[in-house]
Design a protein around this ligand. Structure first.
Ligand code: PEP
Ligand code: MN
Length: 346
């Protein structure tokens, strides 16, 4: 349930309520708006003394949250939340672009891609070091060596780094090197991982499961939020349907649906959602037109020899043209592209 405070409620009144909620064995999460504070109460709320809260000083009203996810819902947090990453803001007025290779393959490949995507206007660098591959016989990623290369690329380019952890055991090492931790589609319901990422407080990119509904995605986000981490960005990356012309089916509907149901930032991955580089540009434009807060796009200098997902990776020149197109779409829908990084001094 939500305890909506009056606009003139004092900090002391808010604290008294938070303490009382905790005494009752539930958790209190504050959502502080410009006008008033809302206290989200989660846990087993059936046994809480609702009438007592209604009468406590500073309380305007007590209302149930109708959705199964509480902290992720717009009912609890009506304002867009923003997730900041080294000067980049997801969920604000500006559109953010993360780009880079599917996998970190070697130093040359990573640095070349990082400089190219930076030059093209990307705001953060992606690259997998721990790869969730369908076949155990394909490239599994460089592990910690890949993370070291990502850290080197960040030092060289100033781009924040986004990379995946597949298990709770990988969370400490990934957070040591990266700026944002990715939970991949295959791990959207890895509850131990969600728990560990929740406790880490580290910015998280949560990708929608291959066959997950929007509600299941939001329930997965709720695990991270309820373990204390409010820095969650959601990612639509296509879902399984009967269609085989593309690797997955981009659920473009999910963007306005998620933006309605949740305050969390929402980005789209047109690389995995289509599986073919030829379709990436159209779907990236569509996503921003539909209200996405950003994009995550696979880019490789030589897609034909990529160790993973070459067929869906853009070459740097095409990616640069796409960033310009997306900037125009952003303007057309009343937003703008986050500014590109200043050119590097030679
Ligand atoms: C990836 O981003 O490289 C990846 C494996 O994506 P997904 O988890 O969406 O399949
Ligand atoms: Mn990939």
């Amino acid at each position: 349930m939500m305890i909506v405070m009056r606009a003139d409620a004092t900090q002391r009144e808010i604290k008294t309520i938070v303490d009382r909620v905790q005494d009752c064995g539930a958790q209190a999460h504050l959502s502080e708006g410009q006008e008033r504070t809302i206290i989200g109460v989660v846990g087993d709320v059936r046994s809480l003394p609702r009438d007592e809260f209604v009468r406590m000083p500073g309380v305007d009203r007590v209302i149930p949250i109708s959705r199964p996810y509480k902290l992720a819902s717009r009912e609890f947090h009506p304002w867009n939340s923003e997730v900041s990453l080294d000067g980049i803001r997801f969920g604000g007025p500006e559109v953010v672009v993360i780009a880079g290779p599917c996998s970190v393959e070697d130093r040359g490949q990573l640095l070349e891609t990082a400089y190219a995507v930076r030059e093209a206007g990307a705001h953060a660098l992606r690259g997998g070091a721990y790869k969730p591959r369908t076949s155990p016989y394909t490239f599994q990623g460089l592990g910690e060596e890949g993370l070291e290369l990502l850290a080197e690329a960040r030092a060289a380019t100033g781009l924040a780094v986004v990379t995946e952890a597949m298990s709770p055991a990988q969370v400490p090492v990934v957070t040591r090197y990266a700026d944002m931790i990715q939970i991949g589609a295959r791990n959207m319901q890895n509850y131990a991982l969600l728990h560990a990422v929740g406790e880490s407080q580290f910015p998280a990119l949560l990708k929608r499961g291959l066959s997950a509904t929007v509600d299941e995605l939001l329930m997965a986000a709720e695990y991270i939020l309820s373990h204390g981490n409010q820095n969650v960005v959601l990612c639509e990356r296509g879902i399984r349907t009967f269609e085989t012309a593309t690797r997955n089916t981009t659920d473009i509907n999910a963007i306005p649906v998620l933006k309605t149901l949740t305050h969390l930032p929402v980005i789209l991955d047109p690389s995995h959602s289509t599986g073919h580089w030829e379709y990436v540009e159209a779907i990236a434009r569509a996503a921003v037109a539909a209200g996405a807060d950003g994009l995550i796009i696979e880019v490789h200098p030589q897609p034909e020899i990529a160790l993973s997902d070459g067929g869906q990776s853009l070459k740097p020149e095409r990616f640069a043209a796409l960033v310009r197109q997306v900037a125009a779409i952003a303007e057309a829908v009343g937003r703008s592209m986050a500014p590109a990084k200043a050119p590097l001094a030679n």
